[in-house]
Design a protein around this ligand. Structure first.
Ligand code: FE
Ligand code: ZN
Length: 287
């Protein structure tokens, strides 16, 4: 079976012990990709990059068939904050993260676009685009992903149109993509249960499916359009598990890395990965 003819799935892992440890942990859980925080999700400072560990990981990645990684920016990063010092932190953290990710070329960097905190969506979009214009360079080998958001509070990126508006304002937009979070789009009002085809067609019409580089696969604790953003385990939330399996098997999403951000321990992640791989194989066997 050729390498790419396979479901690429993994989960969020702790980066405490470095990249090689994450690679080994991914393999142990049945994953062939993973996500990790580039720095403490709540605090600011990034750990010094251990280049020997990075090198060992890159060899491991090649040997074991680990595919594209989906790094995650800290939640505290708000590119459209009202306070200048918070915007400066967002800028510096993103620039520094991207610079360090260049040691692992060709991977993805997901970030929540931000919350406009009362300045209005238009202003938020403008500030986010401004940061991306300041930080992105045409020769960088990391693709930055805007995450689709649930629309909690004053989050920007709650509709495909808002993400499109950001992309339209960014100059080096070939280094810019989108990560579709299934909990967030559901909470945002996109019915991926009744009509996943319509949602993906809408994504394609507004943003373009070629921009969709990764999927955060989560169930939700809340109703369609609730704008809450509370993740649930794949087989326990309000979305039927079969609906999430259909997303994983959807031909329009083939080849993308799927990342679980579900509230699980290691065994729980391994079980979800195993179940989704079974679903994918069933689906691909019968075609
Ligand atoms: Fe997410
Ligand atoms: Zn979320």
């Amino acid at each position: 079976m050729p390498m790419e003819y396979k479901l690429h799935i993994g989960c969020h892992l702790s980066s405490d012990k470095g990249f090689l440890a994450m690679g080994r942990e991914a393999s142990r859980l049945g994953a062939d990709t993973f996500a990790f925080f580039t720095r403490n999700p709540r605090g600011g400072r990034a750990k010094e990059l251990d280049l020997a560990d990075v090198e060992a990981f890159l060899q491991y990645k090649e040997d074991e068939g680990i595919v594209t990684l989906v790094a995650h920016a800290p939640y505290t990063m708000n590119a459209c904050a009202a306070k200048e010092n918070l915007r400066r932190f967002a800028h510096e953290a993103m620039a520094d993260d991207i610079q360090r990710l260049e040691h692992l070329p060709g991977n993805l960097y997901n970030f929540p676009p931000g919350s406009h905190v009362g300045q209005g969506t238009e202003k938020g979009i403008e500030l986010i685009a401004q940061q991306l214009n300041d930080v992105l360079t045409p020769d960088q080998q990391t693709t930055v992903l805007l995450e689709t958001m649930a629309g909690k509070g004053t989050e920007v990126g709650r509709t495909f149109e808002e993400l499109r508006a950001i992309i339209d304002r960014v100059e080096h937009d070939d280094t810019l993509g989108v990560c579709l979070d299934t909990c967030h789009v559901w909470d945002g009002g996109y019915d991926i249960v009744s009509d996943p085809d319509a949602v993906l067609t809408e994504f394609d019409r507004v943003i373009g499916l070629d921009r969709l580089k990764a999927v955060h696969l989560n169930n939700s604790l809340n109703a369609l359009g609730s704008h809450k953003d509370r993740h649930a385990k794949i087989r326990e939330g309000v979305l039927p598990e079969e609906a999430l399996a259909r997303i994983v098997c959807h031909p329009a999403l083939a080849g993308r890395p799927f990342i679980l951000e579900t509230p699980n321990d290691d065994a729980g992640y391994a079980a979800e990965i195993r179940w989704l791989r079974e679903k994918w194989e069933e689906d691909h066997g019968k075609n």
